[in-house]
Design a protein around this ligand. Structure first.
Ligand SMILES: [Zn+2]
Length: 446
């Protein structure tokens, strides 16, 4: 698969409808064949030009005004404050955190007596972090390839699968949703209990697209298995692999990763985008988010300022039948449950028990760690906090592979070699959630 490379100028000149259609690939590969072909592409011997590829990728980041820094921090309160100062925290140890910060946020660090342990330009960090490079990562689905895959599933399963958009992004891309339901299609209401699987709120977290997308492939391929058939007959299942396609496409423009996290809405002063997972109306911008438009953790000018979060909001509010949700992110190998925006537990003790039971059940299947989201740090404006508070949905944030820290490599770009295990483990976790979607509270009664 070859990435669709479009310059932003070209993008801007396209009408929104240009994103709406395409010629779908033939649905010829089975789930196993597809995963195998993605893995074998990864196992191909590295091209001899790899050093050139590294230096080209690094050169592309040379002018990037951001740094990778490691800062002393040993409590969740300290980590929350760092997020508010604009640091996107990516790795956490008991005594320090590492992540990405814009150089314009650095003066605040110097005046607020933060102890910076190390700092380097993002381009320099990229040398050590890349396990793989865009040309070798071509098996990851870009926006058009994701659409083609979903469309092929719809064409091959016209009786139970339907594809529709929940809205358009700032740059006019459709936010595609594949629905699997034996009795209702498109936006027609259903009273069956609903489950939602979402990827790529954050642009550079490309593995978070593969996991829900390939779960859709698996689910439809196994549609005649007794248990899967029961899910399709009795549940209302939605798969939205790319909530932030503008950011995800921008991240791979020119075939070089840009370490982009946010949306791409113009914010003035040459700044673009808001942090979509700080933009929901749940204690918006009160903790763990930045007011600086250049920061990776920028909460946006207002709650739901971004068309992408508004599309999710309207999608959820229109479907009172939704019961469960997973929002996939990378990385750290965690399964997080509310609150993310407050240190306290959610007030309903029974619901808390449901969250813990389900998170631990899915943790056993993936090897990830289940915990309350704010045990890491508090971050308001989070999609899962909002979905639970607004609609009572049992909503989980998954931080996929790698685990991070020393001995781990890849950060946001772990290479295509991690796809197969991540997808297989997460198919099991997603099935576990579907098993508990008709009556999530039953999980806590056992
Ligand atoms: Zn994320």
């Amino acid at each position: 698969m070859i990435r669709l490379l479009l310059s932003l100028t070209f993008l801007a000149s396209l009408s929104a409808n240009a994103f709406a259609a395409g010629t779908p690939e033939k649905p010829s590969l089975s789930f196993d064949q597809l995963l195998r072909s993605m893995s074998s592409a990864y196992e191909a011997p590295p091209a001899p030009v790899i050093e050139e590829t590294v230096s080209a990728a690094v050169k592309a980041l040379d002018a990037d005004p951001r740094l990778w820094i490691t800062v002393a921090a040993s409590t969740k309160e300290e980590r929350t404050r760092l997020l508010e100062m604009g640091l996107s925290i990516e790795e956490v140890t008991p005594t320090a955190v590492s992540g990405i910060i814009h150089r314009d946020s650095m003066p605040a660090f110097e005046t607020k007596s933060v102890s910076v342990i190390s700092r380097m330009p993002l381009s320099q960090f990229a040398v050590s972090a890349y396990k793989d490079f865009p040309s070798q990562d071509a098996v990851y689905h870009n926006y058009q390839e994701m659409y083609d895959r979903l469309k092929a599933l719809e064409i091959a399963n016209p009786d139970i699968a339907s594809l529709f958009s929940i809205g358009r992004t700032s740059e006019g891309r459709e936010i595609w949703t594949l629905r699997v339901n034996s009795s209702a299609k498109g936006t027609r209401p259903s009273s069956k209990p609903g489950a939602v699987f979402q990827g790529a709120h954050h642009a550079r977290e490309h593995l978070s697209v593969e996991v829900p997308l390939l779960f859709a492939v698996w689910l439809l391929e196994h549609r005649n298995d007794a248990e899967v058939k029961k899910f399709i007959d009795t549940l209302d299942i939605y798969i939205q692999p790319m909530i932030n396609p503008d950011g995800a496409e921008y991240d791979i423009t020119d075939g070089k990763y840009k370490w982009w996290r946010k949306t791409r809405s113009p914010q003035g002063g040459g700044n673009f985008g808001a942090d979509l997972n700080r933009n929901y109306d749940s204690w918006w911008c009160q903790a763990g988010a930045s007011n600086s438009p250049w920061a990776d953790t920028y909460c946006g000018p207002s709650a739901f300022s971004e068309p992408e979060s508004r599309a999710v909001r309207d999608f959820v509010k229109a479907r009172p039948n939704l019961k469960t949700m997973i929002s996939y992110h990378t990385y750290a190998e965690l399964i997080l449950y509310p609150w993310g925006g407050k240190y306290e537990d959610i007030p309903d003790q029974n619901d808390l028990k449901v969250f813990k039971t389900l998170a631990e059940g899915m943790a056993r299947l993936t090897g990830y760690t289940a915990q309350k989201s704010s045990d890491l740090y508090a971050a308001t404006g989070d999609s899962c906090d909002w979905a639970y508070a607004e609609a009572g949905i049992f909503a989980f944030t998954f931080e996929l592979t790698p685990r991070g820290g020393w001995g781990s490599s890849g950060t946001f770009y772990p290479g295509a070699g991690v796809i197969e295990k991540s997808v297989r483990d997460n198919v099991q976790a997603a099935l576990y959630l579907l098993r508990n979607t008709s009556d999530p509270r039953k999980a806590a009664a056992e």
